[in-house]
Design a protein around this ligand. Structure first.
Ligand code: UD1
Ligand code: PEP
Length: 423
């Protein structure tokens, strides 16, 4: 039996939705907690399967982890063991690779198998490995497992060929204890990186320049032995998804607990296609539209550009714009599987990698579709809300990796949304 999501489309949305803590921050903050030797309390933890997988991994390392309440995790690494990380949980998510940087930094040794995460085309980790090598680590790959070792890590100047989020965070974690100064040039500038560096600094690390493309880490001999607390930033991709849903189906809807500055590229695109909105200090209110949506061009870029993770749900909305929109992927040139699923629902999207040509406006009809990856799932939920009839979404475990409490949030907004077991 498989659990599927079912959506009866055509119901208008209204009300207020509260955005949860950022998935991409949380999944790096949790591994970051093991770098020190003091307990850490993290607030605003989203209830998503990636967090469950990371809790499983922490327990395998004998790190004490307790869920204090729905959104709060207490993590105490004082009794942790550095054992090879080869369990199934490693391949359930992308972010398990952050244990490479954390364990190498703390113990000078890490053994871990290849991470999982959404397949969006090839996702190499060569830049992470080159960064570790530049700090003095030796790396071998045996029986599907990376073995990283360093008797001593020494700070170095590292230039990232691509401003990779994962490589920036991983190298930053490994460099926390490295002797001397590490400088990461062409570092990624995503808000989640600032969030991780902020926690690491509370723990006693010396990191400067976060949010810029030059990240400086001055190695410290030890981190603080007193614990600390950290509140995770709101999830800008979850926020973008609900804002897009509102643009698609709401006459008036408030998306709260957001940092609007993190959403600028997306909000400006929505305004450009004809969505009316009010942006407050920590909320976005969408008033729908009083005219046909206009087509547009989207080019995904590293932050502060248009986020690739928001591209897929935005593409679903563009099926309703009158005319041809062009969506070009510069991060993951193969991130277009959602287009084939949307076409099953009646969309007309011609994929010619690295672009999707979205010919609108098309009527969408509910049918059986597959969430081939997390944000494909988000795109199908957006489409399902707009479609006539019932949409049945398969492989929903992808969606559950990244959307906290999706069912209740959507139902409280007026969506007709449920799960069912099917053969
Ligand atoms: C857990 C997490 O935070 N995931 C996010 C993170 O993924 P992730 O950190 O994996 O993405 P990266 O920023 O590293 O990837 C950016 C690009 O660099 C390439 N690359 C990356 C590393 C490397 O060693 N070699 C290499 O070639 C990738 O294939 C991709 O084309 O950023 C992506 C881009 O914003 C988002 O889609 C993901 O949601
Ligand atoms: C691609 C994503 O996540 P991950 O890197 O965890 O696979 C995503 O959040 O859209």
């Amino acid at each position: 039996m498989e659990e599927v999501i079912k959506i009866e489309g055509g119901h208008r949305l209204h009300g207020t939705v509260r955005i949860s803590g950022s998935k991409n921050s949380t999944v790096a903050l949790i591994p970051a907690c093991v770098l020190g030797n003091a307990p850490i309390t993290i607030y605003g933890v989203p209830n998503i399967s990636d967090v469950k997988s990371l809790m499983e991994l922490l327990r395998e390392l004998n790190v004490y982890v307790e869920q204090i309440d729905e959104e709060t995790l207490y993590i105490d690494p004082t009794k942790m063991n550095n054992i090879p990380m080869v369990s199934n949980a490693v391949s359930k998510l992308r972010a398990s690779y952050y244990f490479m940087g954390a364990l190498l930094g703390k113990f000078g040794h890490a053994e871990i198998k290849m991470p999982g995460g959404c397949y969006l085309g090839p996702r190499p980790i060569d830049l992470h490995l080159k960064g570790f090598e530049a700090l003095g680590a030796s790396i071998t790959y045996e029986n599907g497992c990376y073995i990283l070792h360093a008797d001593e890590l020494i700070g170095n100047r590292i230039f990232l060929d691509i401003s990779s989020v994962g490589a920036t965070i991983n190298i930053m974690m490994a460099a926390v204890y490295a002797k001397g100064r590490t400088v990461i040039e062409n570092a990624a500038r995503e808000p989640e990186i600032i969030d991780i560096a902020t926690l690491l600094n509370k723990m006693g690390a010396k990191i400067h320049g976060m949010g810029t493309s030059t990240l400086v880490i001055d190695g410290v001999g030890e981190l603080k032995t007193s614990g600390c607390n950290h509140e995770i930033i709101p999830d800008r991709i979850e926020a973008a998804t609900y804002i897009i849903m509102a643009a698609a189906m709401a006459d008036d809807m408030i998306i709260e607990n957001v940092i609007p500055q993190h959403l600028e590229a997306i909000l400006m695109k929505l305004e450009e296609i004809g969505i009316n909105m009010k942006v407050g200090p920590d909320f976005v209110e969408i008033f729908g539209r009083n005219q046909e949506l206009k087509p547009t061009e989207i080019l995904t870029k590293p932050y502060p550009g248009f986020a690739t993770d928001a591209q897929q749900p935005f593409t679903a909305l563009l099926t309703q714009a009158a005319g041809q929109s062009v969506v070009t992927e510069t991060i993951y040139t193969e991130r277009f599987k959602h287009c084939y699923e949307l076409n099953k629902m009646g969309a007309d999207i011609d994929v010619r990698t690295p672009s999707g040509f979205v010919n609108g406006k098309t009527k969408l009809s509910g049918t059986s579709v597959v969430a081939t990856d997390l944000r494909c799932g988000a795109a199908l939920v957006v489409a399902g809300l707009m479609a006539e009839g019932i949409t049945e979404i398969h492989d929903v475990y992808h969606i559950d990796r990244g959307y906290d409490n999706l069912d209740n949030k959507l139902r409280s907004l007026g969506a007709v949304f449920w799960r069912e077991k099917v053969e």
